[in-house]
Structure formats: structure tokens, C-alpha cells
Design a protein around this ligand. Sequence first.
Ligand code: HEM
Length: 509
Amino acid sequence: MRLSPVFVALLSGLLAADLGLARSVAPRVADSPAAVTGTRKTSLLKNVAGLPPVPSAAQVAATSLNTDDIQGDILVGMHKQKQLFYFFAINDPATFKTHLASDIAPVVASVTQLSNVATQPLVALNIAFSNTGLLALGVTDNLGDSLFANGQAKDATSFKESTSSWVPQFAGTGIHGVIILASDTTDLIDQQVASIESTFGSSISKLYSLSASIRPGNEAGHEMFGFLDGIAQPAINGFNTPLPGQNIVDAGVIITGATNDPITRPSWAVGGSFLAFRQLEQLVPEFNKYLLDNAPAGSGSLQARADLLGARMVGRWKSGAPIDLTPTADDPALGADAQRNNNFTYSHAGFDLGSDQSHCPFSAHIRKTRPRADLGGSLTPPNLSAGANSIMRSGIPYGPEVTSAESASNTTTQERGLAFVAYQAQLSQGFHFLQQTWADNANFPPGKTPATVGLDPIIGQNNGQPRVVNGLLPSNSSASLSIPQFVVSHGGEYFFSPPISAIGGRLSA
Ligand code: HEM
């Protein structure tokens, strides 16, 4: 039997992918020297039980969003396995633009490509620019976002943090852009970095990089404190099929220039998104010790009571099960069930929404960052309040697992944390708003008894000082805890993730 040439190409591609080999037989989009070419056999994204699934090819086919032109990372959520954030400065704009147009633009991974394993590249490449990066390219158009225009370092005081704890490269405005590489092996990412560096040559300099990875084994999908992360993402109207309880927002909340984005954007910037990057260190052994030392009194083992305190800080048990639905004990089956684990509003028949913290404290991280019925709207799911303040989270843990020596000494000796990524059409409504106006505001949510809620125990900041947090003890809702800061910001930058058409168009003209 003769094999068709198409079948032979496919088969050799599969074999090469199996062996983790870079090859040039079946180029993905274009024969670009910047691409690690080859055919993929298994998805570069991981579907974790309990998280909204990776957007499917069917969803992409049915949507009116131009998913061919939207960079993939914006809409895939927290499903990445290995990732590298490569922060660079542009030294030679003319040479950089030439390569950007001819070598990079053709291989930027779109939402469409990532939705289907058959079209996924070996390494998904996305690229985004800071305001100083756009200026270096001669692009002075007003994108309509002053926080982006000023850069994140100028925003540090809004979050009661000092740039003295920041990675030095983030403390100014010297970073021009970030290349985000995602794959299922670090080896493939390393090959991709080598291709990019040889493509751009001295037209760029690497200023900093951060490599990040899904956690091993059963911790896959969990952030470094141990909680399943990436569950509650907004569903985009006309794109995602909403899961029960999911917030449903217009595309213009996340994508610039899309439906109901209230800001006028330059035409080339329609289909982009603002990317807030933050390197957030997590002091895991210290956090665990605090939970044990401050475990609420009551029945159950010390560890079980410490776990309860942690769950009340986050608003979910480690499995992802919401404490609003299961307030006294974890329910792993609920945590893993995306049809049920987001289906709540904090309202319960027979309980006063204004004073009931027996289910979930007002200060819990997920209640601070999406208060659901606390801000009005339906008492039964879905509660669509404050849709404009939604972000699409796309972060991933970084750093090693906690060692036994660190556990034994209750002391962090190796940095680990969350490479936090949030996409939104307006930083002032998205990341910046959630951190400043909600997480760091002791009187939010409003109209509660007791009136002072305290800061978000996970991400609230108070100039490095302990944070006052109320309502965490189940038996005494007016008790206050003074909680050291276990998430330490090392800063970041605001970027614009442009539509793919602009990468080879306006930005390289
Ligand atoms: C190291 C820092 C952080 C950790 C450990 C963390 C952890 C978590 C966890 C475990 C969840 C619950 C699972 C889920 O729904 O995905 C969650 C949800 C969430 N987080 Fe964070 N987070 C961090 C930083 C941030 C920051 C900086 C923001 C924004 C300012 C943020 C915004 C949110 C939002 C919006 C949700 C979903 C709330 C909902 O809709 O119910 N997180 N986070």
C-alpha cells in the first residue's frame, strides 16, 4: 500500500513531536527562523478538573470574535504547563521591526490555533509591549489607558507597596516588551529562546526572564499555598459557553475595541488587551506556620482547624470547593466539578447577606475580588454584578517546591510564587481596581456588619506591615487578626498585547 504524502508528513511530524525534536518538515504558519517548527501530538495546554475548559475549536468556529487575530494567552486561562516570560529592551528599532514583521508576526499563536491540538505550535509565542516599548517603535497613538501610559512602577504607591522590594528591572520604565513562551517542556522553550535571540541578534537585549511551571502531580493547577487556582474566570458573551454561576461579560471588558468597550481605540489596536504582569512571591512555610499558630479553637485536629483558617482566607478549600457551599469541611468532588464549584452568590435563605460570615468571611480573597451579591444583582446564580471589573487570569506558579528543610524551619530560603497575569481592556477597571479599591480597602465590601471588613488576607497590602483582617474566625465574626504579609510583590509592568495583525502591521511600519 502506498502512503499518501500528507499521511507521511503527518506521521513524521508525530514522531518528531514524540521525540521532542525540533524539525522543519511541517512548518506551522510560516518558515520563520524564529519558530521551533514541528507538529504536536498532545496539547500544550492542560485541562485541570474544576477549571473552565480550554476554549474548544467548536467555540472558536461559532464565535463572532476575531480569534485568528487575538493572541492566544488572552483567552486560554490558567492552563499552561511551562512558561517563560522574556523581558527585553529594543536597541535598534529598524532592525527589530524588520524581524518583528517577517519572523515573529507569522508565528504568534492565536486563540484559534491554541483551541485545537492539531494547529497548536510546539511552542506558543505571544508578545506584548510596554508604553515605552511602543514609543521606541515610534508608535505614539493614544491607547486610552493612562495607567498603561505611565507604567506600573508609577502605580506602586497606589497599592501601598515600595519599589524597593521590586526586581530592579521593573522599578523603572526600561522594559520595552515581553515575549511569553508556553509549551509542555522547558527544552522546547529553550530552543525557542535560542531561535528568537538569533533572529533578533543585537537589536534587542534581554533585561530579565522568569521561568514558570505547573506544579507536579496532584498539585497541578494549584498555586503555591496549595489552592486550586483559575476556577472563576469570566465567560465572554458570544464566545464561552457559561458554566453555572460564571460571570458573563461583554467581550469589550477583556478585549480592546470589542463589544461595549467604552473607550475609543486606534483602529489597529482593536482585538488587543492590556496585560498586567506581577511577580508575587509567596512565603509558603511562613503562611503554613501562621495557619497552625492561629488555628481557630473548636473540634477537629490542629491541621483541620488550620486548613479551615486557610480556606476562610481564600474563600475556597485547597480542592477548589467554595466555603460558601461547604463551610466546615473540604469537598474534593465539589472542587473538581466545574458545573458546581462556581455556582454561588454568598446569599443564603434565612441568613442576612449583610452580616452572615458563617459561610464565607467578607474579607476572603475571592469575595474581595468578586463580591457577587454583595454588590447587588441576583441572589441566585449567576450574579452578574460589577462585570466591568472582571479580569481574565492567565498566571502560573514559579519557583521550586517547598523543601523539607524549609518546612522544618518554617522559613523560605528559595523564592517561589505566582507569575500573575491578568488581561483586561481597562487597567483602571481591572487589575488596578481590584487591588486598590477592593483588596486594599478595609471597608470593602460596603454596608456590612461589622462595617470594617479588613484587607484581603492573601493579596491586601499595607506598606509591608501586618494587615488587619476581620471575620476569619467562624465563631466570632467581629474578631480581628493582624496578618503578616505572605505575598510579597516584586513588581511587574503593564503591557499591551496587540492584535496579531498589528504586530506585522502598525507596530513594524
Ligand atoms: C500570589 C497571589 C495570589 C494567590 C495565591 C491567589 C490565589 C487565588 C485562588 C486560590 C483563587 C480561587 C480559585 C479561583 O477562583 O481561581 C483566586 C481567585 C481569584 N483571584 Fe487570586 N490570587 C493571587 C493574586 C491575585 C491578584 C493580584 C488578583 C487581582 C488583583 C487576584 C484576583 C482574583 C480573582 C478575580 C479571583 C476570582 C474570584 C471569583 O470570581 O470568585 N488574585 N486567587
